[in-house]
Design a protein around this ligand. Sequence first.
Ligand SMILES: NC(=O)c1ccc[n+]([C@@H]2O[C@H](COP(=O)([O-])OP(=O)(O)OC[C@H]3O[C@@H](n4cnc5c(N)ncnc54)[C@H](OP(=O)(O)O)[C@@H]3O)[C@@H](O)[C@H]2O)c1
Length: 423
Amino acid sequence: MERKPKLGFIGIGTVGNALALKLSRAGYPVVAVSSLRHTSARNLAAQIKVCRAFENNQDVVNVADLIFITTPDNAIEPVVSRLSFSRGKSVVHCSGADSTRSLITAREAGALVGTIHPLQTFASTEQALANLPGSTFALEAEEPLLGTLKEITAALEGYWIELSAEDKVSYHAAAVIACNYLVTLVKLATDLWQTFGVPPATATRALLPLIKGTVHNIETVGLPDCLTGPIARGDTNTITKHLEALESEPSLLSAYRKLGLATLPIAIAKGRINPPQAEEVKSLLEGKKLVSEEKGLMLTMLKSKIHRARVTDANVDYEGSVSIDPVLLEAANIFPFEQVHVLDVNNGARFTTYAIAGTRGEICLNGAAARLVNRGDIVIILTYCQVSENDAHQHAPKLVYVDQNNAITHTRTMTSVEAMAAH
Ligand SMILES: NC(=O)c1ccc[n+]([C@@H]2O[C@H](COP(=O)([O-])OP(=O)(O)OC[C@H]3O[C@@H](n4cnc5c(N)ncnc54)[C@H](OP(=O)(O)O)[C@@H]3O)[C@@H](O)[C@H]2O)c1
């Protein structure tokens, strides 16, 4: 549409006021408005040069090319079904959950129908005008109305996405979760502050910088890395204390558990907690005992072994540790800084230190341990881990065998059941 369409608005509340004012300032002729209370329409018309306030909604349809129905959602269909439309007219509403189906009578009369939903929260007209730029608008319409609505979103300094009628409800449910339920979360948090005697206004003032910081992190760091807190860290002790503290507040406890379970996949995606920690957190949040408690007796089992490696150096002046060829570390599933036991086959010394990544072929004892070995000695390097008695028979340590240059000759994994069968 080359010429800008003449716009009309029916239902002059927050969104009607904001869109009419913003589009009129962007050069769109807003020619007609009406509302349940005529004063609402008159107040808006008084602010727009070419605009007339009508008592009858039909007059808006008669005068305008494109009519915005900005009533509450419930009123859209009843209002539109009482109006006469004809070919050449276009009508849209701004509901997020309703599709163009609520404009069916206008379509049957030959009008083009569409929806344009601003994905934004409007608590007042002034705040709406301030927040509109940068907002995304969900559009559902056929051409040429779709093109007109895209131009309108550009005039509103927004972005647009196209949605089908079927997708609108899920789209709107997502908006409710992100927007309205954030309000609910703040209410839950301020309620909790009242249990230790801080009034809601003080609690809100205190929590707001935290909320703004979180929103900023979502914007700048993004999901999932913006997640912080005990679930992201796998801090089961802290989560246990929270659950105990909330025992006297059953509805808060239930919300804490459900939201925590929804947070867990984000923590896993962030990668700071490993699968066993995630399982512990899940058990806690589901109200089960800790996985480790449920599993009963814990056994210390061999986790990995580097068999008969040759000591390439011993450096008494370096910080205590053993530098190990990174290929061997990976093959034996040993993490840098993980505790290792070193057994010197030549002199019988057995001691504990931790691993660091060395250079290729390197096995170098550092610090005090350097006094317990000689260059050229053959050593066995072991790690152990905690395994529940129930899982012990399935546990399979990683065994890495090396030649005299510390190059891997072969590796093996073997469960205790397989080891028993082999003998
Ligand atoms: N607010 C938001 O954050 C937001 C965001 C995105 C989309 N939306 C959508 O925008 C639309 C309008 O929402 P809103 O927040 O602006 O609602 P609102 O502030 O309640 O305004 C709607 C206005 O429509 C008028 N009205 C009610 N029944 C009517 C009828 N039968 N005929 C004519 N006018 C009638 C009322 O004005 P008077 O009583 O003063 O005449 C009312 O104030 C809804 O579809 C909503 O889903 C809202």
